[in-house]
Write a protein that binds this ligand. Structure first.
Ligand SMILES: [Zn+2]
Length: 593
């Protein structure tokens, strides 16, 4: 068939000039829907204005942060029916992977298109024109695929649908380039929320922000879907355990203005939906850019009691230092971005009044006693701190950050004039063979962090003493040979990571002038220094609870490197290390765990 002729044929179908929702109710069926097989504007009404955005020539982009279970797929399928039948144009629809895209196409999109009588005559007669990578209608291509570079680099389109784009923040701007600045280009971004910083933060700021609000039946004020409006009784027994039945029965919504109570029943939640509409925050925004948030609090088929149970479980995990469930609740259920700083307020770490840049030439600081370089080792990079210790035990950080190669590490050591003996690398990882080779090559020392509370060594007088690091030991580097082709031994120590991190935390909190970092420390520095929390864990051997420093999900590399610097300062006698005279206390703990 002549595509031009067919396009003109399609063009004649654009006669529908009424409310697009009327057309959808008349034409679209959702065969897989549990709620209503005929498309109905009352079913998931928060999507109606998203569809109107698509039909509004002044709207260039809509970004919807939607909770899981808000009916997003159905909305996309509905919108595609409308586009094919009434508003055709080259369209690219992207979801997480090629596989998820193909599955959605086969199980949901095709059945909806097939069930739409207005679309049926437009479907390509050649079966090769309807495949999992797209449907090539005579009057428009609908390209389908996963979020990958090849799909981001093909030809220009007019409509862009980006589903679950929180998972591919790096590609969003590349996909948007496929609109090629068309005057009539339109992007719909739909996603659960995301962890900041994220490319979507800017998309959200750029748009006019709409909240799905209800008008309170008690006071007629508009009420935003705040989680804090969901109330429940602290129904606990004398042991402090939840009485779940009483708790669930007490869950309700309370108006923040008048206290009006809505019970957690299907009718109660639906009644609020019937009184809901999108309300603009009237923030400054780019013309034609709109943002909408759909919280699970507003989705009437989701029981608030289920959300409360999920919330309480997340709070229990948070008390043990595990933040993942709180994060998921916020991003997936409330559709709000996650910022760990809001959950775990970091210590106010304040930089001291100097710049590392001033000391980049490696000249000594006044009253300098020693400078120590310590490195946390990763698969393909290193996190390094170089700290100068003064005679009085105070210290100043003169370099911190990430380097990519051992040659860069070496260059840093030489430039900052750190003696070989005072360069220490973390070998407590799966790359320890490589670490031992690096240490052998440059004469550096390896450190292995352990769970012990202390190590016992012999003091100068021969008496056993406890330290936070072991007696020195040696290991043969796996591949490095010296200039005569001989194997090389590397010096290494174990160190007791929990007590050393206690000391580091105390130093961190003491701050300047005891323990300083510069004004120009990299932005990761303060984040890493607040990356670990002390929390209860079960000792594998003793089965006893003990507090251990544990990563809270953020990168902790510079924190680890600073802890190693504390160990080295103890070895040099710049910080006290002796935990106690072993002869005065019980036998040392030789726990392997
Ligand atoms: Zn009210």
């Amino acid at each position: 068939m002549n595509p031009l002729a067919n396009g003109m044929l399609a063009g004649t179908r654009l006669a529908f000039t009424g409310d697009p929702l009327d057309w959808l109710e008349a034409n679209v069926r959702i065969p897989h829907s549990a709620r209503s097989t005929q498309w109905d504007r009352q079913t998931a009404p928060w999507w109606n204005d998203v569809i109107r955005d698509f039909t509004d020539p002044t709207c260039r982009q809509t970004f919807v942060q939607a909770c899981t279970g808000a009916g997003k797929s159905t909305a996309l399928e509905t919108l595609i029916c409308w586009a094919v039948a009434q508003q055709p144009g080259p369209m690219l629809s992207i979801t997480q992977t090629d596989e998820t895209s193909a599955e959605w196409m086969a199980t949901r999109l095709m059945p909806v298109l097939d069930a739409c009588e207005a679309v049926q005559p437009l479907m390509p007669s050649n079966r090769h024109h309807a495949k999992k990578t797209g449907i090539y209608f005579a009057h428009m291509p609908l390209i389908l695929g996963g979020a990958n570079v090849s799909n981001a680099q093909e030809k220009s389109v007019q409509y862009l649908l980006l589903d679950e784009c929180w998972t591919y923040s790096d590609l969003i701007s590349q996909f948007k380039k496929r609109l090629h600045d068309r005057w009539n280009g339109y992007s719909l971004l739909v996603s659960q929320s995301y962890e900041e910083p994220h490319a979507l933060t800017e998309e959200w700021r750029a748009g006019e922000q709409f909240e799905w609000c209800h008008r309170c039946p008690g006071c007629e004020n508009w009420v935003r879907p705040e989680w804090t409006n969901i109330k429940y009784d602290e129904a606990k027994n004398t042991q402090g355990e939840w009485i779940w039945g009483d708790l669930v029965a007490s869950v309700r919504h309370e108006c923040p203005h008048c206290g009006h109570v809505t019970a957690d029943t299907a009718a109660g939640r639906r009644a609020l939906t019937n009184r809901s509409e999108w309300r603009s925050a009237e923030n400054s925004h780019v013309a034609g850019f709109r943002c909408r948030r759909i919280s699970a609090v507003s989705v009437y088929w989701i029981r608030w009691a289920d959300l409360v149970l999920q919330w309480l479980q997340a709070q229990d995990a948070k008390r043990l230092g595990v933040m993942q469930q709180v994060k998921d609740f916020r991003m997936q259920r409330l559709a709000e971005p996650w910022k760990i700083e809001e959950e775990l307020p970091p210590l106010e770490l304040e930089a001291a009044g100097y710049y590392a840049e001033e000391w980049a030439d490696g000249r000594p600081l006044p009253t300098e006693a020693a400078r120590i370089m310590t490195c946390d080792v990763q698969q393909d990079h290193y996190w390094v701190v170089v700290r100068v210790w003064l005679a009085n035990g105070h210290s100043r950080l003169i370099w911190a950050g990430k380097v990519h190669t051992t040659d860069q590490l070496r260059e840093m050591q030489v430039r900052l004039k750190v003696p070989e003996k005072r360069c220490l690398l973390d070998a407590g990882n799966s790359f320890h063979g490589r670490v031992y080779d690096i240490c052998a090559r440059f004469g550096w020392t390896a450190l292995v962090g352990r769970g012990e509370d202390w190590f016992t060594s012999r003091g100068a007088d021969g008496k056993p003493i406890r330290r936070y690091y072991s007696a020195p030991d040696k290991v043969v580097a796996p591949t490095h040979r010296d200039h005569l082709g001989r194997r090389v031994q590397v010096l290494f120590f174990y160190w007791a990571s929990d007590p050393v991190k206690d000391i580091l935390a105390a130093l961190r909190n003491a701050g300047s002038p005891t323990w300083e970092f510069p004004q120009d420390a990299p932005p990761e520095y303060v984040r890493h220094m607040n990356s670990e929390k002390k929390r209860q864990t079960v000792d594998k051997k003793t089965k006893k609870m003990r507090l251990r420093w544990t990563a809270t999900g953020r990168d902790n590399h510079l924190w680890d490197a600073e802890a190693m610097n504390v160990v080295a300062a103890q070895m040099l006698g710049l910080l006290p290390s002796v935990q106690g005279d072993a002869s005065l206390v019980e036998e040392p703990n030789n726990d392997e765990s």
